[in-house]
Design a protein around this ligand. Structure first.
Ligand SMILES: [Zn+2]
Ligand SMILES: [Zn+2]
Length: 323
């Protein structure tokens, strides 16, 4: 049922966007096909938060979040009908998999990365491990030369090399899925396209196969100091969003939330880095994650990175959850 829904969604999305391709290409925009996971354990500090009261506890953080802003004409919600997905709907369509908690979240690097991109890749792995409370490991790098010519092209507008996402998802990641893997997320600095008719795509994932891929190509050059944080945040947002989709979390319309869709970089940049209470509850419920532990670790992570505003956000969230 879930698989069929996903396939239908993907196919209808591709057909739908074929018609808007010229428009998107003209404005150098893209559709983000994004998808995002998590695991964890209750700790002794979390004795009062149970699966039964998880929703109510996390809902206490609602005042920290903003409503979905009115979309501009090129924004995702102006061009897509999104039904949203409440936590209750998520529970009805998602089967928690206890075995998944014991497995590994693999990151598959594809192609070359400059030293700053490598640094961001390492930070992203750490961020994902906290966000989803999963063990994250890297698979050995796959060079672009190992990808067949039929799965690559030169973009006719940018003249940049691009890799076909469906090849990466189904011929590379799915066929080499390690036995102990919960999910595999491919990351490349090469630009991506999902079908011949598309200009490009930031990322794509398959819920059914638990594989996803995303690109840093259009996130700015992090070797330029002024671009570094922007590239970092774009990568974090995309990685967590993609993984959410792999866990059956649909696009969010409940709040201004990182699980909302993005049509272009400006919209991506405006999105918050965090998931809203509805989406956070889905993450914690699916993997029996302690929201206190996760929130505390996220606050520490942002403090170490020097993002005081985000550290403060998670500190406030933690207080509200424990109130
Ligand atoms: Zn998405
Ligand atoms: Zn949300």
């Amino acid at each position: 049922m879930i698989c069929q829904l996903y396939i239908d969604w993907l196919i209808s999305g591709l057909i739908k966007y074929h018609d808007t391709l010229k428009y998107l290409a003209l404005f150098n925009l893209s559709i983000i096909l994004l998808f995002t996971s998590c695991v964890g354990q209750n700790t002794s500090t979390q004795t009062t938060i149970t699966q039964a009261n998880l929703y109510q506890r996390i809902q206490r953080t609602a005042p920290l979040y903003s409503p979905v802003p009115k979309p501009g004409s090129r924004d995702w919600l102006a061009t897509h009908k999104e039904p949203g997905q409440t936590f209750k709907q998520y529970q009805q369509t998602t089967k928690p998999d206890p075995e998944e908690q014991k497995k590994v979240f693999y990151i598959q690097p594809i192609g070359k990365f400059n030293p700053k991109q490598q640094e961001i890749l390492q930070l992203t792995a750490k961020y994902l491990s906290i966000y989803y409370q999963l063990e994250v490991k890297f698979l050995p790098n796959i060079p672009t030369s190992a990808i067949p010519a039929k799965a690559q092209r030169k973009n006719k507008y940018t003249k940049q090399n691009q890799i076909l996402t469906t090849y990466l998802l189904y011929d590379l990641l799915k066929k080499n899925f390690p036995k102990d893997a919960a999910l595999i997320l491919g990351l490349t600095s090469e630009d991506l396209y999902p079908a011949a008719s598309w200009n490009f795509v930031f990322g794509q994932a398959s819920l059914r196969d638990k594989v996803g891929v995303w690109s840093m190509s259009r996130f700015g050059d992090p070797t330029i100091k002024a671009n570094y944080n922007l590239c970092l945040l774009r990568t974090f947002k995309t990685a967590t969003h993609e993984t959410g989709h792999m866990l059956n979390i649909h696009h969010c319309i409940a709040y201004h939330c990182n699980m909302g869709g993005s049509n272009h970089l400006v919209e991506l940049d405006k999105k918050p880095v965090w998931f809203c209470p509805e989406c956070t509850t889905k993450v914690c419920w699916r993997k029996k994650i302690s929201p206190t532990k996760r929130t505390q670790e996220l606050a520490q992570f942002w403090r170490k990175l020097g993002f005081k505003e985000y550290r403060d956000f998670y500190k406030r969230a933690q207080k509200l959850i424990n109130k």
